[in-house]
Design a protein around this ligand. Sequence first.
Ligand code: ADP
Ligand code: ASP
Ligand code: MG
Length: 418
Amino acid sequence: MIKVYKFGGASVRDDVSFRQVERIIRDASSSPLVIVLSAMGKTTNALELVASAAHNEADYSETLQGLRTYHLNILNALFPRQNEVFAQFEQAIVSLHATLNTSRELPYAAFYDRVVSYGEKISTLILHQYLAHRGLPNTLLDAAQLVVTDGPFRKAVVDWEVTKRNILNCIEPAQLALWVVAGFIGSDKQGHTVTLGREGSDFSAAIFASALDASELTIWKDVPGVLNVDPNELKAGVKFDKMPYNEAVELSFYGAKVIHPNTIKPLENRNIPLFVRPFSDPAARGTLISSDPELHPLACSIIRKKDQILLTLIPKDMSFISEGHVHSIMGALCDLGLHINLMQSSALHFSLCLDNGTGIVDGLGERLGPTFHIRYNEHLTLLTLRRFSEEDIQLHTRGQEVVMEQRSRIMYQAVLKD
Ligand code: ADP
Ligand code: ASP
Ligand code: MG
């Protein structure tokens, strides 16, 4: 049965990692395989800088030249000089220049998607040619033509029916073959390129796995699997061997950056197992996320989501918080596309913890200012502990002021001031 493998930026960040990707793909050559690929290394970050500078008519030439050199160095290490990939790469750079020059008048989000999607267009071109050069024939698919969305730019919402039909028209799940396709990219109904949101390649991989009813999705990462804590925060984390889908949804929803939050649900709906495995050690088992309800080992998960804002709404007329108030607050959040991470109410206060961003206070002030006094506090962190003990709470809140907290039997959450 067909499998889907997803490789992130770290797995194609240099020539050595491309060779490792090749080894992993060879090991899977007895099954039909779809490879979903991210942009190489930190290319998307650099393209974001280019897009923003170009839109503001600022100079982006150095960043763009740096990106070109970075990719060329990898090409030189992987291919003989006469390989056609060099001309194709230069063609992509010319086309990126043209986009930067001719599409600047577009609204920023549309311009951003057009520019930033070049990261994946280029990485997939290189992997496609590299695998062919190494004797692994493969078909390069255009993600923009397959993943159809209803927009909006920068966080497009997938039209599952059309997307599934498109994917099944191009990929024959029973055919022993290899396909390469970009993550992160789709198009809207007018055919404009859109993106699915930062880190969206994991989600793209789930879209392909779901459409194809794949036997598994494997996401290759630069970590041993899903750990109970971000290794950048605490080195001595515990790796989960197995985890139920709903646990993975909770972890990613509250900010565990290892998997994009939209990835799990489509897999759960079709009961497709998700393996999160270490790219550097393909023999290791990693983490299996599936319908098996057992979480193993039963470690406390620790997630910190930074850049939070805590807003407190107080009715101006000194009335109690009513259902009517809550209704107008939710309506405003919904219209402004804001998502609540944590909320709490008392007789006179309604508090909301959200990801901070420009325009939130002004936007809510405009809508809710006539009815509520609005107080807010920025630069906060949302701490989430799952399967906590009192010692875990002590340990992970030590030295920080707890501004708001909430707990259930399984989950403890606190908004912390650093
Ligand atoms: P990719 O580019 O392959 O999508 P990401 O950088 O998006 O990879 O995700 C992998 C990173 O997620 C790891 O390098 C690690 O720093 C981070 N991370 C955050 N929380 C966790 C966690 N609970 N378990 C494992 N990795 C985590
Ligand atoms: N390249 C995109 C990003 O860096 C998508 C992804 O890697 O998942 O956000
Ligand atoms: Mg990622």
